[in-house]
Ligand binder design. Structure first.
Ligand SMILES: [Zn+2]
Length: 349
């Protein structure tokens, strides 16, 4: 089925079936064990700060099992650790892992298209240089908070080229490793040692499977015709966090609730959806606004997530209605909470 050719009702049915299937698969003994085994073999915790752009999907592009890489998303991959809530969110991610004796690889990601600058990052007005500079600024902030010695939390700048889904790792002294230029990964361990001389050996060992997976993925991408899919084709705005169940690129613009000016990424996302419809890359009969907030425990924590999810949904709907009244008429709203343990999406009435 070509999902992009389907009316909005069919796409919504597909999406919530997909969410259910994901939870079933995520909770099965087989994948549960696979995750546990992966983490035992690769104990480094992996976090990525990246753009809301639907084409940027690092777990898919690196063939990493679901639930291993923790994404943080915002317009343009723009983050500032000084934002009222973000510093605490990252701290709450890092500390439990460090207490388990694990290290953290914290990637800050920018994206671009090698074929056409206008397929680059709308959040940076297609200025790849500025987007890349920003990821280095994030890296410096991570160093400020978690130390410049990089022995526990390692900040890594990486690019993502969306025509082929290739990763570019930025190392010492301006040197880079571009997965699109590899034919095998035999030499990658040696490259990593010279690119990242201060990177703990365990982190290097846990970074390697991402590069191997990315090379497999890039090879596969080159064998498929995806002329249209290198353009934006999102048809939903997801606001909140814990959307890794989606695991399908180019369906959603995903905005984490981090920016102190939250209306800004929402506006930008609505603009992208509008141009997707205008260009005929997605049907123009409707789009989805999905708010979802994860919770860890039933009772108070779930109630807290519910009230937050409703707030995010109302906030985004108001911002869209204000700035894009015609688009707003095509808005379908769903508001949900997500059980983090089971990854079950629970729609709120
Ligand atoms: Zn972007």
């Amino acid at each position: 089925m070509d999902l992009y050719a389907q009316p909005i009702a069919t796409r919504l049915t597909w999406l919530f079936d997909h969410a259910q299937n994901h939870a079933a698969s995520f909770g099965s003994s087989e994948t549960w064990l696979a995750r546990k085994r992966y983490l035992a073999e690769h104990p480094t915790a992996l976090a990525v700060l990246k753009c809301m752009d639907g084409r940027v999907n690092i777990p898919v592009a690196t063939e990493t099992p679901m639930g291993i890489i923790q994404p943080f998303r915002n317009l343009g991959g723009r983050f500032d650790l000084g934002w009222p809530h973000l510093g605490e969110v990252l701290f709450d991610y890092v500390m439990p892992r460090v207490r388990e004796g694990r290290r953290v690889l914290m990637m800050s990601n920018y994206h671009f298209s090698k074929g056409d600058p206008h397929r680059g990052c709308a959040g940076f007005n297609y200025d790849t240089e500025a987007a890349r500079e920003h990821t280095f600024a994030i890296r410096r902030q991570i160093e400020q908070v978690y130390g410049a010695g990089h022995q526990t939390v390692y900040p890594l700048v990486c690019g993502f080229e969306t025509d082929e889904d290739a990763l570019i790792l930025h190392g010492a002294n301006g040197a880079t490793l571009n997965v699109a230029e590899l034919t095998t990964t035999d030499m990658v361990p040696a490259y990593l040692s010279s690119l990242f001389p201060d990177m703990p050996e365990q982190i290097r060992a846990d970074l390697l499977p991402l590069i191997q997976g990315n090379l497999r993925h890039v090879t596969q991408v080159r064998q498929t015709n995806r002329e249209i899919n290198i353009e934006h084709r999102e048809w939903m705005i997801c606001l909140g966090s814990g959307f890794d169940w989606l695991h399908t690129p180019n369906q959603a613009l995903i905005i984490g609730p981090y920016s102190p000016d939250l209306a800004d990424p929402v506006r930008k996302a609505a603009g992208i959806l509008q141009s997707n419809m205008a260009a005929g890359r997605v049907p123009d009969d409707g789009f989805l606004l999905l708010a979802s907030v994860p919770y860890h425990e039933t009772g108070v924590d779930r109630a807290r997530a519910e009230i937050k999810s409703r707030f995010l949904s109302d906030f985004a709907a108001a911002a869209i209605t204000r700035e894009f009244p015609q688009l707003a008429e095509k808005m379908h709203r769903r508001t949900a909470v997500l059980s983090w343990e089971s990854r079950k999406l629970e729609l709120l009435g």
